[in-house]
Ligand binder design. Structure first.
Ligand code: SF4
Length: 507
């Protein structure tokens, strides 16, 4: 493997021309030329003026795209930008709120909304895989030159979201949520086998501290670039004083041969030294906090027991972290949510301690693996686990719940249960469903109907439904199984072992 390079540069603000020149110089230094189908993946999990620090800013992407255009080979097929945003929002809505469309028009770059493209099956061959195949948007499978453009952020489930974690947005919802549980870090490591970036440029100008959807601004003033994802994430960890060996998805990808994490195996260059970068990042807070501690001092009391499998004592990748993000989102739209929220108890996993719910206080058991026996409000309550082993989940038949279906489901589950016991099933129960559960139990305003969101959201939703319907009428299937045409960004690690036929490629 070529010795990886990570380039650290200072960039005080979102000056597109400065970003353009920094990225252009990095592409020259790394001897990289975009070619074939070039695809850029931002982090646009949430966007808009309420979430200014959650997404890769358009000024940043504009600089990157201009530099890619400058360095592209003459016969390049296309330069495009693609993403699947978060919490069941149509990607069209997130792109609009992020201000991506005028920027893309200006630089002449096409957008792929991964919730509207065909999803193709990519086989996995490595021994430690969670499943034999995963689905990805077709532009991901076919990319020849892949550029990862994440946002430098903390994450409540995986400690950080740098380059590798940005891959959660290369799957559409129905596939994204599979294995998004206590084995999330393994899932992220498995996603690496679908595609590897030739170039990475992270928006670390104003970084996101503490949370993932609603991070606090942290003035880091940097653009960081590189050509190997593991090395890149390892250096970003060092910048915030974190040992990359303690971040499981980075460690797993390293162990599986995707790149080094030891600094003496990485060339760190650019106008900012690693020590200077560390000084800039001094005090940066990551968001890893157990749900019981997170809700201390609020009207919500949380209880968490271990998830299934007996391997870990807490589900870092699933329901508890989603509840933390749900209340943070709610606070954005309902600033006095904590004052309005009645006393509520939320229970995760196989919890075997007491639940001290006074009469009139709602107890919500969240997730398929929630189980508990005891007395609530004087009644004997027995909650059994509904968890089914992951081997029973087939990505080929996974179903998508759109946001209005989720709203209806939560309303039915919680109707008339305020002050009683509620069970919300799912593995995981998504941020959107948990937010809607809090809205219903607390009788709070629904953020999806917030005046600032309702019209553009509904318009993007209808547009997304219409596009998918038109695609189907044109004969374009949502999912394609079987052998898939692959671009040059396919990693070596994903090649089938010699002489070993695979189920997919023999069908
Ligand atoms: S139900 Fe939720 S808490 Fe339980 S394993 Fe699944 S994601 Fe984790």
């Amino acid at each position: 493997m070529k010795r990886p390079t990570v380039i650290l540069e200072a960039c005080a603000d979102y000056d597109t021309e400065r970003i353009h020149q920094l990225v252009l110089a990095a592409l020259v230094r790394l001897d990289l030329r975009p070619h074939g189908r070039t695809l850029v993946k931002p982090n646009c999990v949430m966007s808009g003026e309420q979430f200014p620090n959650a997404f890769t800013r358009p000024e940043f992407l504009s600089g990157v795209l201009r530099a890619l255009n400058d360095r592209a080979v003459d016969d390049i097929e296309e330069i495009a930008l693609g993403e699947r945003c978060g919490i069941t929002i149509p990607t069209r809505h997130a792109f609009k709120e992020a201000g991506y469309y005028p920027m893309l028009k200006e630089v002449g770059v096409k957008a792929y909304h991964f919730d509207e493209t065909p999803q193709v099956e990519i086989p996995m061959y490595h021994q430690t895989r969670l499943r034999d195949a995963m689905f990805f948007p077709e532009p991901i499978a076919k990319a020849d030159f892949f550029v990862n453009c994440p946002k430098f952020k903390a994450h409540p489930w995986t400690t950080v979201t740098f380059s590798m974690k940005n891959y959660i947005g290369i799957q559409d919802d129905r596939h994204r949520l599979i294995d998004h549980d206590h084995r999330l870090d393994e899932k992220i490591a498995d996603l690496q086998y679908a595609i590897q970036p030739q170039f990475i440029a992270i928006d670390a100008i104003i970084a996101g501290e503490g949370r993932m959807l609603t991070p606090l601004p942290f003035d880091l003033g940097m653009v960081i670039m590189g050509d190997n994802q593991v090395a890149f994430d390892a250096v970003c960890c060092h910048i915030i004083g974190l040992d990359p060996r303690t971040v499981p998805h980075i460690m797993l990808a390293h162990q599986r041969g995707f790149g080094p994490i030891d600094l003496d195996q990485i060339d760190i260059v650019g106008g900012v030294t690693l020590e200077e970068a560390k000084e800039k990042a001094a005090g940066f807070q990551v968001g890893l906090i157990r749900v019981e501690d997170y809700f201390k001092g609020t009207p919500i009391t949380a209880y968490a027991g271990p998830p299934p499998d007996g391997q870990v004592d807490y589900c870092w990748g699933g329901c508890p972290g989603a509840m933390e993000e749900a209340i943070e989102l709610l606070r954005i739209f309902v600033p006095d949510a904590d004052e309005q929220m009645p006393k509520t108890h939320v229970v995760f996993g196989n919890y075997d301690g007491p639940i001290e719910a006074a009469p009139g206080e709602t107890v919500v058991f969240i997730g398929d693996c929630a189980q508990w026996k005891g007395t609530i409000h004087g009644d004997q309550v027995s909650i059994d686990s509904l968890y089914e082993d992951r081997s029973t989940k087939d990505p080929r038949t996974a179903k998508h719940d759109d946001i209005f279906a989720k709203m209806a489901k939560v309303m039915v589950k919680t109707a008339g249960k305020r002050g009683g016991v509620v069970r919300v099933a799912g593995c995981p129960v998504s941020v959107a469903e948990q937010l809607l559960t809090l809205v219903s139990v607390g009788k709070l305003p629904n953020p999806y109907f917030d005046p600032s969101q309702a019209i553009p959201f509904t318009s993007a939703y209808l547009s997304w439904r219409t596009r998918n319907l038109l695609n189907r009428m044109k004969g374009q299937p949502y999912q394609k199984s079987g052998p898939t045409e692959r671009g040059a960004s396919r990693p070596e690690q994903n090649l089938p072992p010699e002489g070993m036929p695979t189920p997919l490629e023999t069908t």
